[in-house]
Ligand binder design. Structure first.
Ligand code: TYD
Ligand code: MG
Length: 459
């Protein structure tokens, strides 16, 4: 007999408790506990749910020497989408589960339907969100409909996996994990235990059949994948699809990858006919302008393994109200406050009486510390109303005492700036070890302190 019991689960981290609690002892969030009904399957049912049939539970466990395991049959499935291949670490690993999260409307369904249409492997596209007609309309919009994409609109996991077994696709896409419901437990779709159960069933299926599965996951207001954080533990790869609603650029980042590096990222542009891969991001992120304007500076940043030149813009203006405003788009506000404090203290520049607005072009979020130097320049440039020639770029981290610190992969940054026709690049003087500055057409200028930078550009 199946036993039904009720537990309370945290919607933030998935921790459970037999009683309701106000503050989650695991993640510290308030008011996140909800009641869930769970049915505990009997041992008999547990056995039957294995996709190899009931007898698989009786087989004896056996350890295998690592050297005897053949790695040759784990051939990755490479897709026509180069950005996706890069982000996944060189293609899709058979039997892996990939979770892709992102805000509503960012293009998750578009990305994966496009993949399903382009890839030569037979794909089963399961949607619990859209009807068959709607998917067809979207596919028509994306063009290039291939006959080897099967569409299934279903939310019951047992039915989905039965269809998957019958049709034998080489790739499965589930849109989305929050709409699935497993008949094995009582909770409503989207609840913590339901999402965990469905993801677990998908994982078991993927591991047993060696078919890779993409799961689309919604994200909460706070930006984490909705509900259970534990979903991130079940899956092999977690990708995040992000971008600014007002721009057409979309960035695919790896948050976790069991089969590759998490440094990689892919860039797309949303167009009327779907997502286009952007292989040369710098040219898009540098705004086209004829004259040199104050408050703008170009940073030579790295996103993952890729060098990227990005324009930073600052506006410094006299504060109208008592407390000056600070606002940053695409950059950490606390880091901006830190840079302003450094300029105020070390450079004696009067930022404390001014409003400061900072913007990274293209709606891109940058975490690379090498962008500091360009931001500092943009800030001073706006404050002093002195423009920086548009053929100069910067790469350096700014420390608390105003020193310019070395950054990683400086050679790649210089090369990219050189390739894009920049005439000068400012880097840290501590970054020149093993660097042959005469190799490049671009002039490499080295500085040690913010004061030197001020003297070189604004004095
Ligand atoms: P969608 O894939 O439905 O987002 P998600 O699944 O992440 O919620 O993307 C919907 C948005 O993408 C919608 O605002 C319209 C836009 N879009 C295009 O600009 N071009 C296209 O070819 C498609 C299919 C969508
Ligand atoms: Mg969608």
């Amino acid at each position: 007999m199946t036993k039904i019991k009720s537990i309370f689960a945290c919607t933030n981290c998935g921790a459970t408790s037999p009683k309701w609690v106000g503050k989650c002892p695991a993640c510290g969030e308030w008011n996140t506990y909800v009641e869930e009904l769970v049915t505990k399957p009997t041992a008999q049912e547990e056995k039957q749910r294995s996709w190899k049939g009931p007898q698989s539970g009786n087989q004896q466990a056996r350890a295998v020497p690592l050297n005897d395991i053949q790695a040759g049959n784990t051939q990755r499935l490479t897709t026509p989408d180069k950005e996706l291949n890069r982000v996944m670490g060189g293609g899709i690993v058979p039997g892996s589960i990939i979770l892709i999260g992102g805000q509503p409307g960012i293009g998750k369904s578009t990305l994966l339907l496009q993949l399903a249409l382009q890839v030569s492997a037979t794909t089963l596209y399961v949607s619990g969100e859209e009807s068959e007609e709607q998917i067809k309309m979207r596919a028509d919009r994306l063009g290039g409909s291939r006959s080897n994409c099967l569409v299934l609109t279903e939310t019951n996991t047992d039915k989905i996996l039965t269809v998957a077994q019958q049709t034998g696709p080489q790739l499965i896409v589930i849109d989305s994990i929050q709409t699935l419901s497993s008949p094995h437990i009582e909770s409503t779709p989207g609840s913590v235990s339901q999402v965990r159960e469905c993801a677990g069933e998908m994982q078991r299926f993927a591991k047993e059949t060696n078919i890779p599965i993409f799961l689309i996951g919604h994200i909460t207001k706070e930006g984490s994948i909705a509900g259970p954080k534990l979903l991130e533990h079940i899956v092999d790869t977690v990708l995040q699809f992000e971008g600014d609603q007002h721009y057409s650029y979309r960035i695919l980042r790896t948050l976790k990858n069991r089969f590759g590096s998490t440094d990689e990222m892919g860039i797309y542009e949303m167009q009327s006919g779907g997502l286009r891969e952007v292989s040369n991001p710098s040219e898009l992120l540098l705004s086209q302008k004829d004259e040199d304007l104050s408050g703008s500076a170009v940073a030579a940043t790295m996103e993952g393994m890729r060098p990227m030149l990005i324009e930073t813009q600052a506006l410094v203006s006299r504060a109208v109200y008592g407390t000056p405003q600070r606002s940053a788009t695409g950059f950490d506000l606390r880091r901006l406050s830190m840079l302003l404090a450094v300029l105020e203290k070390r450079g004696g520049l009067p930022f404390a009486v001014n409003d400061v607005f900072l913007n990274i072009a293209g709606g891109i979020r940058v975490d690379d510390p090498a962008i500091d130097l360009a931001i500092v320049c943009a800030l001073i440039s706006s404050l002093e109303d002195v423009s920086i020639p548009s053929n100069i770029c910067f790469a350096g981290e700014v420390g608390l005492s105003g020193e310019i610190r070395a950054v990683t992969r400086i050679e790649q940054r210089i090369q990219e700036a050189d390739r894009l026709g920049f005439k000068e690049i400012y880097i840290s003087k501590y970054n020149t070890k093993g660097l042959d500055v005469d190799r490049y057409g671009i002039k490499v200028r080295t500085i040690g302190k913010v004061e030197e930078l001020y003297r070189a550009l604004f004095a």
